[in-house]
Design a protein around this ligand. Structure first.
Ligand SMILES: CSCC[C@H](NC(C)=O)C(=O)O
Ligand SMILES: [Zn+2]
Ligand SMILES: [Zn+2]
Length: 416
């Protein structure tokens, strides 16, 4: 029947092993293209980088003058530790309670397929879009998106698409309300390095590399605590504070049995994953890094492994409006309601998604993966999505895509 075919198509996509470091991108592109053919969508496969195909589908609308809609999803997934899963991570098996287990079931093959299934429903109901609807299936999101969404957003082709709104991934919601994201924090992956005079392990002296680094770590720790306290006190949401987490420590003089114990090393290094909310004085954080966390006066240096601005190309904070000024936001709210779904209060995504490459251009982008009553298992063992939630998500997208693709121009909330 209809539903089992829908689930079986999802399973087929999940069974393609697109895990890093060797994602089978061509198999994924072939699969998407076969789906596009069965839906009579226009398709092009672009390799901005050889071996990393990006599939762009088009459902043409009647009014070519209006900005289009872009439904984005990534085809890659993070690796899975097979031994730690109870079912095969690329088996897409369904258990007795209807849970589909697979890497990518939440992040985000579900969304890519839900877009397509929603279009299948709309097409079979005879619906014709007013605006062009594009679907992008992009590679490499999980390793930064540089060879995928970033290349697309910077391409001449993208300018021709005349995109007006982008939908991209969000997160599952453990409760009944769908989470939705209007912004995200910008990564500042920072490495700090201390140097100092080496010396005997028994000697107390000032300015060792270890001591210099420890002072910095203590200072970072205090800052981290001040940010985390605001979340714990309920004053700020997770995405509204700066997160700083130490992700590596590198020091010591290796020996065949471990580390030399009676030698104080001349170098010590630590790495921090820092995420900055869109409305935050990024310059003040950079100053803090240079003056408190890696001061030259303490023989310290630092560099960014990755640093993204919180501002778009026009110098505005990368925020998509969630009020009356943004018709796409109002349309989403209303469409979700019409499909009997409930939205949670919009949030700032705590990590990074491909949406930032579109927000950087000044475009509105909304992060939304309609999975309610679902534990957040992205990047975790035993990632799953219940088939009923998956099917409900298709109805939600059917309503959203219909509303977006029918929207012909100006109106107010009362007219919806
Ligand atoms: C900075 S590019 C890496 C992208 C990755 N995205 C997610 C969703 O985990 C992250 O935020 O670490
Ligand atoms: Zn993702
Ligand atoms: Zn991910």
């Amino acid at each position: 029947d209809d539903q089992s075919e829908i689930i079986s198509r999802f399973q087929s996509y999940l069974r393609i092993d697109t895990a890093h470091p060797n994602p089978d991108y061509h198999a994924a592109a072939d699969f998407i293209n076969a789906q596009a053919k069965s839906l009579s969508l226009e398709s092009q496969t672009i390799e901005f980088v050889v071996g990393k195909p990006l599939v762009l589908l088009k459902w043409p609308g009647k009014r070519r003058d209006l900005p289009s809609i872009l439904l984005n999803s990534h085809t890659d997934v993070v690796p899975a530790e097979h031994g730690k899963w109870s079912l095969h991570p690329f088996g897409a098996e369904v258990d007795a309670s209807g849970r589909i287990f697979a890497r990518g079931s939440q992040d985000m093959k579900c969304v890519g397929m839900q877009y397509l299934e929603a279009i299948r429903k709309l097409k079979s109901s005879g619906f014709e879009p007013v605006r062009d609807v594009y679907l992008s299936f992009v590679p490499d999101e999980e390793i930064g998106g540089h060879d995928g969404a970033e290349k697309l957003a910077h391409s001449d082709l993208f300018k021709q698409l005349n995109v007006g709104i982008v939908l991209d991934e969000g997160l599952a919601s453990p409760d009944a309300n769908y989470r939705v994201f209007y912004a995200e924090r910008s990564p500042m992956w920072t490495v700090i390095k201390a140097v100092g005079a080496p010396g005997h392990g028994a000697k107390l002296y000032d300015n060792t590399a270890m001591e210099n680094l420890l002072k910095s770590i203590e200072s970072v720790r205090k800052f981290r605590e001040s940010q985390f306290d605001m979340v714990k006190a309920g004053l700020k949401a997770e995405g509204e504070v700066v997160s700083v987490n130490m992700v590596f420590l590198k020091a010591g003089t290796p020996s065949p049995t471990g580390f030399v114990m009676n030698l104080q090393p001349s170098e010590a290094e630590a790495g921090f994953d820092i995420r900055v909310p869109p409305i935050y004085d990024q310059a003040s954080l950079e100053k803090r890094i240079a003056e408190e966390w890696a001061p030259a006066a303490r023989n310290m240096t630092f560099y960014y492994k990755q640093k993204a601005s919180v501002l778009d190309k026009s110098g505005r904070p990368m925020l998509t409006a969630t009020d009356n000024s943004n018709p796409w936001w109002l349309l989403l709210e209303e469409a979700v309601k019409k499909a009997n779904g409930k939205l949670a209060k919009p949030e700032i995504f705590p990590a990074s998604t491909d949406a930032r490459y579109f927000r950087e251009l000044g475009l509105p982008a909304i992060g939304f993966s309609p999975m309610a009553n679902t534990p957040i298992l992205l990047h975790d063992h035993n990632e799953f999505l219940n088939q009923d939630e998956y099917l409900k998500g298709i109805d939600i997208y059917t309503s959203v895509i219909k509303a977006y693709a029918s929207y012909g121009g100006e109106w107010t909330r009362d007219e919806l």
